[in-house]
Write a protein that binds this ligand. Structure first.
Ligand SMILES: Cc1cc2nc3c(=O)[nH]c(=O)nc-3n(C[C@H](O)[C@H](O)[C@H](O)COP(=O)(O)OP(=O)(O)OC[C@H]3O[C@@H](n4cnc5c(N)ncnc54)[C@H](O)[C@@H]3O)c2cc1C
Length: 396
């Protein structure tokens, strides 16, 4: 029997069809038991947090959706080394409420990630980032329940292979993030001297401008949060019931990473950022070598796909360059507010990278618009834009 809940009610894009079976874990024990029950049924399953990075098709999902609603923020005893604190946070906590909690306490390290919608458990999935900070710089480990495992195990941040809006979780390692551990800077000693808690050095030009400081300066942590929230609101990038531009999944496309050679084919005005040289390639064991665990096999396999998936035509050792997806879209003739004739999906009126639902759009209308943007950019610049949200029942 199909439940009467649709993804449209549980995602920030407000699109997506019916959910066959929806279960909600409010305690860690519940969550583990519900997941194991779903896995043992053999039917398809999907984890759901706040639904802010998901585009689900109009046909919905024929399987079990496990919604994560566990709560709890702990400052771990013994984790305080005088300069930093260790926090364990349950996956169902709201990410932004966590940031507000840390800012109130004067713990710095995630203040620039204020206003990102969604749950704590989804944060490592795409290594959330904004305004010069990424989760990666504070994440120590996660508690992870592998598909078919009886109990959660600890995975260190290094094992997650976090990258620009990606991780082994986003690339398909099946399971559920149960909780995360973060190490944040404890500013209390500094506060005793200065009278206020300072955030981490500002690492994003637009944020520095808004705060009237230089890159690398430190300002009160509460001001960083306030400025980031204001900047985000001006772009429709905080959820707001009165702002149709926020009915989105955030940035719909990632910034493409291409070889320097490909980047030279673009007009001189195209924004570009050189990336630090790559780590040396992992050496994969020869067939018949040492036995690998299922996790090792998965990591080796997906590492071999990753390079070709995200990087366009880069020879070994060639420098890589990150491009601006927003610039490419605008320069291909698609402007803010753009919509296809008769469609209820539109480019945000504040930000070219967000695809929005102007009221009653179907998933298919969002998909048509996304394909149009991809085709325009590819026709103009030969560059393929990749979607940032997780797609379910949809291919682009
Ligand atoms: C207005 C707006 C602004 C945004 N701005 C940003 C931004 O600045 N930076 C940024 O990085 N992102 C941004 N996003 C994207 C989104 O908020 C983040 O990716 C967020 O972490 C998604 O959390 P969620 O709980 O809503 O995940 P969901 O959408 O529910 O799920 C996303 C994916 O994670 C998986 N998942 C969720 N929870 C778990 C779990 N506990 N264990 C395992 N897998 C799980 C799901 O199966 C799915 O594959 C924005 C989105 C919106 C709507």
């Amino acid at each position: 029997m199909v439940s009467d809940v649709r993804f449209a009610e549980l995602t920030t894009l407000h699109v997506g069809g019916p959910i066959e079976r929806l279960v909600t874990g409010t305690t860690q024990r519940d969550l583990v038991d519900l997941a194991r029950e779903a896995w043992s049924s053999g039917a398809p399953w999907l984890v759901l947090g706040g639904g802010s990075n998901l585009l689900v098709g109009d046909d919905g999902f024929a399987g079990t959706v496990v919604r994560v609603a566990t709560r709890g923020i702990e400052v771990l005893p013994g984790g305080d080394d005088g300069a930093s604190v260790l926090l364990r946070v349950q996956a169902g906590e709201s990410w932004d409420e966590l940031v507000a909690f840390t800012v109130d306490r004067g713990y710095s390290g995630i203040e620039a990630l204020s206003g990102i919608p969604g749950s704590v458990g989804a944060a490592p999935v795409q290594n959330i980032g904004a305004y010069g900070q990424e989760l990666e710089s504070t994440l120590v480990a996660i508690e992870f329940l592998d598909e078919f495992a009886d109990e959660p195990r600890r995975m260190t941040a290094a094992e997650l292979e976090l990258g620009y809006r990606t991780s082994v979780l986003k690339r398909g390692l099946p399971g559920i993030v149960i909780s995360i551990e973060l190490r944040l800077h404890d500013t209390s000693a500094e506060r005793a001297v200065l009278g206020e808690a300072l955030g981490q050095p500002i690492a994003y030009g637009q944020l520095a401008d808004a705060l009237h400081v230089q890159l690398g300066d430190r300002v009160p942590i509460a001001s960083v949060r306030q400025s980031v929230l204001a900047l985000r609101a001006a772009k429709g990038m905080v959820l707001d019931d009165t702002d149709l531009d926020s009915v989105s999944a955030g940035s719909f496309f990632t910034n493409p990473i291409v070889s320097e050679r490909v980047s030279r084919t673009l007009p001189g005005a195209a924004p570009r950022w050189y990336l630090a040289p790559d780590e040396p390639d992992a050496v994969l064991p020869l067939a018949g070598g040492l036995a690998q665990s299922p996790l090792d096999e998965f990591l080796a396999l997906e590492a071999s796909f990753e390079a070709s998936d995200t990087v366009t035509d880069a020879g070994a050792g060639e420098p890589l360059v990150k491009l601006s997806a927003a610039w490419l879209i605008e320069q291909s003739g698609i402007h803010r507010g753009f919509t296809l004739p008769g469609s209820r999906a539109a480019i945000s009126s504040k930000h070219t990278l967000a695809l929005t639902n102007r009221g009653g759009a179907s998933a298919d209308e969002i998909v048509q618009l996304a394909r149009f943007v991809q085709h325009r950019v590819q026709a103009e610049f030969g560059i393929v834009l990749h979607p940032e949200p997780v797609l379910v029942g949809i291919e682009l």
